[in-house]
Write a protein of this length. Structure first.
Length: 337
């Protein structure tokens, strides 16, 4: 299938382009490089041994997108492009609603007069908030969002559901990612955090590399075994493979349908476990201290992945150890870039 990957120069998008091509699909990348750099496209081409078409454009530009869809004869879209910084979304909500919600509407309008049949959307476990029970299944309620970023993902799912239901051509699905970490095992592509990372693993690797003085563990008085929060950390390559399975799944579906899937490992790890595992696999001692809780943090969340196992024929294969080692190898090559 020929797939347009919006945000294909980004962290998860770049790994997905590599996996799509590996699986025999064709990809076209669209990214305005607002949160990536052109060298990532060169690295994707190096890893895949082919030259994937790249358009440096805004996905909300309806006229340009309509043209591109026809010119490239696109059949499916994987839509990663969005802003993703939770903290920034609180101070600049309109920036997030404009890009993540307004942009999606424009993109779907551009699709309306095309032959696009398949649409995969990047959603997030953030839609569940603090879950009532664990592991979190897809039947768990969507809780009121605690940030404009979270709200934008919830709104996008509703928009996609309604758009699919009204369509005689298209079926769509949302993948609710848990916590993506790690990098390609080649260390040629990975995450490019801008400024001080808010996420745990890039903060760990930057601290280990001496870019940050110390990691502050946000709270060790939570009602968990070691007092720190629990998350489901999934290797970005496993996550990328889930998108290939999603495209395969959609190609067997009738038009007009919408569904959503948790994408995680099914296993929860505490912040202290992540730190200890990082130290074990890399042999690097991490400078960290326990600090106060971070406002808005969920105590504990990890995915039930039976639905994705069964319906997408997908499961995560890689361990936390591999993910942290790959994140560290990527961090070290970044320093030399
Ligand atoms: P990323 O920032 O690395 O990638 C997004 C890419 O989209 C960037 O390359 C950016 O330049 C591009 N982009 C943004 N706005 C654009 C626009 N208007 N036009 C064209 N390109 C645009 O982020 P990521 O971590 O790869 O996340 C991808 C998707 O997954 C996002 O939708 C994000 O909300 C979602 N998600 C991410 C996480 C996570 O922890 N990384 C978790 C859950 C969901
Ligand atoms: C993980 C754990 C922190 C940094 C965020 C978004 C969510 C989703 C994934 C997109 C928590 C602790 C972190 C640090 C720490 N993104 N931590 N010190 O909070 O699960 O989710 O990314 O959809 O929407 O909110 O991920 O990596 O920020 O934190 O102790 O310097 O690490 O408190 O327990 P989170 P995270």
């Amino acid at each position: 299938m020929k797939v347009l990957v919006t945000g294909g120069a980004g962290y998860i998008g770049s790994h997905t382009v590599v996996e799509l091509i590996k699986a025999g699909h064709q990809a076209v990348i669209l990214d305005n490089l607002s949160n990536s750099e052109a060298f990532i496209i060169d690295r994707i081409n190096e890893l895949t041994g082919r030259s994937t078409p790249f358009y440096q454009k805004d996905f909300a530009n309806k006229a340009k997108i309509s043209q591109l869809l026809k010119k490239e004869q696109i059949e499916g879209i994987i839509h990663f492009a969005a802003f993703k910084q939770v903290g920034e979304s609180v101070t600049k909500p309109l920036k997030y609603y404009r890009n993540n919600v307004g942009g999606l509407i424009s993109l779907l309008e551009a699709i309306s007069d095309s032959n696009i049949k398949y649409f995969v959307f990047s959603s997030s476990c953030t839609v569940y908030g603090e879950p009532d029970s664990l592991p979190v299944t897809e039947d768990s309620p969507v809780k009121p969002a605690t940030s404009p970023y979270g709200a934008s993902k919830q709104m996008d799912e509703v928009i996609l559901k309604d758009f699919s239901a009204a369509s005689s051509k298209l079926s769509a699905l949302a993948l609710r990612y848990f916590n993506p970490i790690g990098a390609h095992p080649s260390a040629r592509i990975g995450e490019l955090p801008i400024g001080t990372p808010a996420n745990l693993v890039p903060f760990i690797t930057q601290t280990a590399a001496g870019i940050r003085e110390k990691l502050i563990v946000y709270g060790n008085d939570y009602p968990t075994e070691d007092g720190t929060c629990i998350r489901d950390y999934i290797h970005v390559v496993d996550l990328a493979r889930a998108h290939v399975k999603a495209i395969d799944f959609l190609s067997g579906r009738q038009a007009g349908q919408f569904d959503f899937f948790n994408i995680g490992t099914g296993k929860g790890s505490s912040v202290v476990e992540v730190i200890n595992t990082f130290e074990q696999v890399t042999g690097v001692k991490l400078n960290y201290v326990f600090g106060p809780r971070r406002e808005g943090d969920i105590i504990s969340t990890y995915a039930a992945v039976d639905k994705a196992n069964k319906m997408l024929n997908w499961k995560a294969d890689k361990s936390l150890e591999e993910a942290l080692l790959d994140a560290w190898n990527w961090q070290q090559t970044l320093a030399k870039k």
